[in-house]
Design a protein around this ligand. Structure first.
Ligand code: FE2
Length: 600
């Protein structure tokens, strides 16, 4: 086992974050929209620059240095937030002629409003005499005009005034865009955790999220070294600015090495100021072949949150758990997923904190992660480490090639209002099957001493039809039969909510309840002969089981001579233990009496 990683939280040493605003950030509800403000326009040839450099308040007439006095024209700011300067003014101003837009508005209390501006071609914008946006050197910079330039504007209680000096370009249109944003202060929402260690690419993913969409990145270094390496959440060579969840894949790490990392956000509402998140965190990269290691796994923790939290805290803070190298979750956190709250806040953060963020989390999708309105978000957080797929991948850790598989739901599409109305599994399962046929030929899989499947669904142990049919569609071409393309040593799964262990190659299992018990009236098919590897399943909430078997877990120890799997009940008491040799032979080391032998 690897040594315990400790001392993971020293002061970050990052540059200081931008100072917080002295005033509260205000919502649009407190200011009204721009169309509610009192707008007027001053248009004339050759309005000079510098008229407002001293912060003057503008009235209904604008006096120019050459003696002209320009009367204001009223202007109704459009609901759409966009208008063409050259359609508003007649005659059309000369290219780059200066036109002044003024808006008066009243606030009940002082605070910070956030405005997004885009002007084709230039704008110098002030609020109460203070410049908050100046694009006179760069122009709009982008076409078509959008709400490109986001800036905070400080308002006072009572009367306020916005002054925009706008210079249109040489195109037939001079589009102007402006809107107020309901700004949320940018900060970390969910603290970072490490995921999907991989010794093949020497990689690790770091996952975190911010309070709103923003660019983000991290610094990392080998523990004990001085210089940080910076990388950003990047897509196609650009720093992403389109998401609040950030998954950064670090590659080319040294194996079996402790790294430190610290994350930061870039506040695009404040000129991309760096907002460091507190703390320096650690992970140990995956070891190469030959290194013994251990991991924990569980699944189907669909019990009330306090009960689940208690179970996870006990599981992940036990002495041997503290020495584990990673934690694998095999799917089904809650019954209907609200991803941010139920999966991340109430589950991932609990696991992360229980292990003091010392070990990575490997996540497998269960069918209950598919129920709910925001289920697509699951893959925002748990982006597969290999591009081009969602819930399935390979990764290497020591002597094991882990094969993560995803078999979606246990029922096909159903009419609205069922949450299953968006099911479209067949193309996904077919793609996964094609991928697996290629993946098992890769040296990282073929040459590994052991191959272990992590999946929510199972090839035996589930007496239903729909999900097991997908399991067999994906795995039978490569894992089934007397002489499979690759030999699987172990399958860890969930879904059926009862402790179960199959006997390889036989229609025999050890289970806490009869194998047909999962669905009344169902009959477990006699397919055990196809699968010459042990399938082990965790317990889960189930009325026919005693309390201690409704939440169970595995501790898996991988050594050069065997993989040892110990199944434990809710309270950490072992009830089953087997050893799987490199040749696939299974030795039963211990079995509690309640795990009875069944033939099916
Ligand atoms: Fe399930």
């Amino acid at each position: 086992m690897t040594e315990l990683v400790t001392d993971c939280c020293s002061p970050s040493g990052l540059t200081a974050p931008p100072p917080p605003f002295e005033l509260p950030m205000l919502s649009c509800a407190e200011s009204g929209s721009l169309c509610d403000w009192s707008w007027r326009i001053f248009a004339a040839p050759e309005i000079p620059e510098g008229l407002f450099d001293h912060g003057e308040t503008v009235g209904d007439t604008l006096a120019l240095p050459d003696g002209r006095k320009i009367a204001a024209m009223p202007f109704q700011f459009p609901q759409s937030g966009m208008f063409d300067l050259y359609r508003v003014l007649s005659p059309r101003p000369a290219t780059l002629a200066r036109t002044v837009f003024v808006a008066d508005f009243t606030m009940k209390r002082p605070g910070i409003l956030t405005i997004a501006l885009g002007v084709d071609w230039m704008v110098l914008a002030r609020c109460n005499g203070k410049v908050f946006c100046d694009t006179r050197k760069i122009g709009n910079g982008e076409a078509p005009v959008g709400f490109d330039h986001v800036a905070p504007i400080a308002c006072r209680a009572g009367a306020n005034q916005l002054v925009l000096e706008i210079q249109g370009g040489g195109l037939p249109e001079a589009m102007i865009a402006a809107k107020l944003l309901d700004a949320v202060p940018l900060a970390l929402r969910f603290a970072p955790w490490a995921s999907y260690p991989d010794a093949e690419a020497n990689a690790m993913s770091v996952i975190f999220s911010g309070t709103r969409v923003s660019p983000a990145g991290l610094d990392y270094r080998k523990k004990g070294t001085e210089n940080w390496t910076r990388c950003y959440d990047n897509l196609g060579g650009q720093i992403r600015r389109d998401r609040d969840v950030h998954v950064i894949r670090l590659e080319d790490l040294e194996p079996d090495t402790v790294y430190e990392y610290r994350v930061f956000l870039l506040d695009d509402y404040r000129g991309f100021a760096e907002v460091p998140a507190p703390g320096v965190h650690c992970f140990r990269s995956a070891p190469r072949a030959g290194k013994a290691f251990s991991f924990l796994a569980t699944a189907d923790v669909q019990v009330p949150t306090p009960e689940r939290t208690k179970f996870l805290n006990a599981l992940l803070s036990a002495d041997d758990a503290r020495r584990a190298d990673f934690f694998a979750f095999l799917g089904d956190v809650v019954w209907t997923s609200n991803c941010d709250k139920a999966v991340i806040e109430d589950f991932v953060m609990v696991c992360r904190n229980a292990v003091a963020n010392r070990i990575p989390l490997v996540t497998v999708r269960g069918n209950h992660e598919i129920y709910g309105k925001d289920t697509n978000r699951f893959f925002d957080y748990f982006t597969a480490p290999e591009p081009g797929r969602e819930g399935y991948c390979l990764f290497r850790y020591g002597d094991v090639c882990f094969i993560v598989l995803d078999f979606c739901d246990d029922a096909p599409r159903q009419p609205f209002p069922s949450t299953r109305c968006l099911h479209d599994f067949e193309p996904y399962i077919a793609r996964e099957a094609r991928w697996l046929r290629r993946a098992v030929r890769l040296p990282m899989c073929r040459e590994a001493k052991y191959r272990v499947v992590l999946a929510h669904g199972v090839p035996v142990g589930d007496s239903c039809e729909y999900m097991p049919r997908h399991v067999r569609q994906v795995i039978d071409p490569v894992f089934a039969g007397d002489d499979p393309e690759v030999k699987i040593h172990l399958w860890l799964g969930g879904h059926v909510h009862r402790p179960f262990r199959s006997v390889p190659g036989e229609n025999v299992c050890y289970s806490a309840v009869a194998p047909d018990d999962f669905r009344p009236g169902s009959k477990h098919p006699r397919l055990g002969g196809r699968y010459r590897f042990p399938v082990l399943i965790t317990g889960g909430p189930r009325a026919s089981l005693p309390d201690e078997l409704q939440l169970t877990s595995f501790k898996v120890e991988v050594a050069p001579d065997a993989i040892t799997v110990s199944a434990r009940d809710r309270y950490g008491r072992e009830f089953d233990r087997i050893a799987v040799a490199p040749d696939g032979s299974v030795t039963e080391l211990f079995r509690a009496e309640f795990l009875r032998r069944y033939e099916y």
